[in-house]
Design a binder for this molecule. Structure first.
Ligand code: NAD
Length: 496
């Protein structure tokens, strides 16, 4: 770190901006190691205060009595507030986590649209009148679950947060948001924008702090009625264990090791660009990164040769430069993790076809840069193919036929996503539906829309985010039996 931290910045609890009582949280610019900001982080007592304020705010008439279209108006204003500051927020996020500007801009726009989408969904979602089976009218209505704990990782700040905060507010809940301690800044900006949009105090608190302190306190708090978590699979498991004691519902969006499959009949130009984007955008720090590439043996040698040639042309550099494809990794420990996996690949018998090192030169001296790396010669059973690296490392493997690639693609604990490149639409369907993956891309990769549900299979997650009904995962169904009897229930009559 090259710059001394100035005064600790406040956090956002119950509508008030005040210092947290926990350890400082420091946002570091991974381009050069300078300090963006130091915050007075949250401890368990701050989290408890945020939850108490959330309980009070969600039961206050000012929120509880709002009709859906009135609540939607506030939620839409939050989205408009984000959109109005797109450039500033994109630049701040770039400093917070090192992604190139075109990506951070995209994440901010996506966050704004997420609020807009859930505002529209809220106004148009319907409750049900169910078929009656007696002298009563039966209805299903939906009540807010309670205070929601939203816990997010560092790789897509503001977009991940919006994906939880917007549907939870739409559902009528209050949210206590715990962003990653590595990237706290955008979540606090979201708090500021929500407050300016007229969201009543207490409905959104932002408590940056460590997972072990602030995150664990949020999960354990008795008045938190749901955790919506995005992060690593092991952390998700620990949260699920703690949630079991409270019988608390969870949404878990976890890690991945997603296969990308290129058949010999694919449009190879389109496939090459898609594969490169799928693994190397966001520096490979993406849950849905296509990190295992299976190429049909007939085209393996030529495809890999072309892919490697193109990967060597990708530019690693300053995320502010529009020519840059890959910025720095989030932190020195994350780069060390990537490096240790590349060493492991070598030890496991892999051949490094490109990358496998830090870029050289003064511009890279203080940042956490790493070159896009392609490895071949490993078995799908190797640790490098089985464990999530979360960096710019692609392993390529040949396959013979559909049965072979289906077996290899499914041979993983994860099930987040899968990409298939082929000119045969029937094959795409056959293979795609045989692979356990929450998202299937056919002749495209890493494309998203808020209107399409997102979930992970196997160790990649539990529950669903996004989509119109994303709001429902923050609500409790209430079944109503509305009696229409003209006569008393005869059961209670005295015997004649
Ligand atoms: P992480 O699991 O280390 O941390 C995620 C969040 O959990 C952070 O805010 C952290 O402080 C908090 N946390 C840590 N321990 C906790 C505990 N015991 N109780 C409560 N909270 C705790 O993950 P990360 O390194 O920030 O992010 C990378 C991971 O996230 C990767 O595995 C990636 O695949 C995954 N991810 C998944 C998705 C998805 O949608 N499936 C999206 C993005 C990232």
């Amino acid at each position: 770190m090259t710059t001394a931290a100035s005064a600790l910045q406040p956090i956002f609890i119950g509508g008030a901006w005040r210092p947290g009582r926990g350890a400082p949280v420091v946002s570091v610019n991974p381009v050069d190691g300078s300090v963006n900001a130091s915050l007075a982080g949250a401890d368990a007592s701050d989290v408890a205060e945020a939850v108490e304020r959330g309980v009070a705010a969600m039961h206050a008439p000012a929120w509880r009595n709002l009709l859906p279209h009135e609540r939607a108006r506030i939620i839409r204003r939050i989205g408009d507030g984000i959109a109005a500051e797109t450039e500033t927020l994109a630049l701040l996020q770039l400093r917070d986590n090192g992604k190139p500007l075109y990506e951070t801009r995209g994440l901010v726009i996506s966050a704004a649209n997420t609020f807009g989408f859930f505002a529209s969904a809220l106004e148009t979602l319907e409750s049900e009148v169910t078929p009656s089976r007696g002298a009563f009218l039966t209805l299903t209505t939906y009540q807010p679950l309670g205070v929601v704990g939203a816990i997010t990782p560092w790789n897509s700040p503001i977009a991940s947060e919006a994906q939880k905060v917007a549907p939870a507010l739409a559902a009528g809940c209050a949210v206590v948001l715990k962003p990653s301690e590595l990237t706290p800044l955008l979540a606090l900006e979201l708090g500021r924008i929500a407050q300016a949009a007229g969201l009543p105090d207490g409905l959104l608190s932002v408590v940056p702090g460590t997972g072990a302190v602030a995150g664990a306190a949020l999960v354990a708090h008795p008045d938190v009625r749901k955790i919506s978590f995005t992060g690593g699979t092991e952390t998700g498991r620990a949260i699920a264990r703690a949630a079991a004691d409270k019988l608390m519902p969870l949404t878990l969006e976890l890690g991945g090791k997603s296969p990308t499959i290129v058949f010999a009949d694919a449009d190879l130009d389109i496939a090459i660009n898609g594969v490169l984007f799928g693994i190397f955008s966001s520096q490979g720090q993406s849950c849905i990164a296509g990190s295992r590439l299976f190429v049909q043996r007939a085209i393996y040698a030529t495809f890999v040769e072309r892919l490697v040639a193109r990967a060597k042309q990708l530019r690693v550099g300053d995320p502010l430069d529009p020519q840059t494809h890959l910025g720095p990794l989030i932190s020195a420990p994350q780069r060390a993790k990537v490096e240790s996996y590349v060493e492991l690949a070598r030890a496991e018998g892999g051949r490094i076809l490109c990358g496998g090192r830090r870029p050289e030169g003064a511009a890279f001296a203080n940042g956490t840069f790493y070159e896009p790396t392609i490895v071949e010669g490993l078995s799908n059973r190797s640790r490098v193919c089985q464990e999530e690296i979360f960096g710019p490392v692609l392993v390529v493997l040949p396959f013979d036929d559909e049965a072979d690639v289906i077996a290899q693609a499914n041979d993983t604990v994860y099930g987040l996503a899968c990409g298939i490149w082929t000119g045969d639409y029937k094959r795409a369907w056959r293979v795609g539906t045989a692979i356990a993956a929450g998202t299937l891309w056919i002749n495209t990769y890493k494309q998203f829309s808020i209107s399409t549900p997102f979930a992970g299979a196997k160790a990649s997650g539990m529950g669903v985010e996004k989509g119109r009904t994303g709001i429902r995962s923050y609500q409790q169904e209430q079944s109503v039996y509305w009696g229409l009897d003209e006569q008393p229930n005869p059961w209670a009559n005295a015997p004649q």
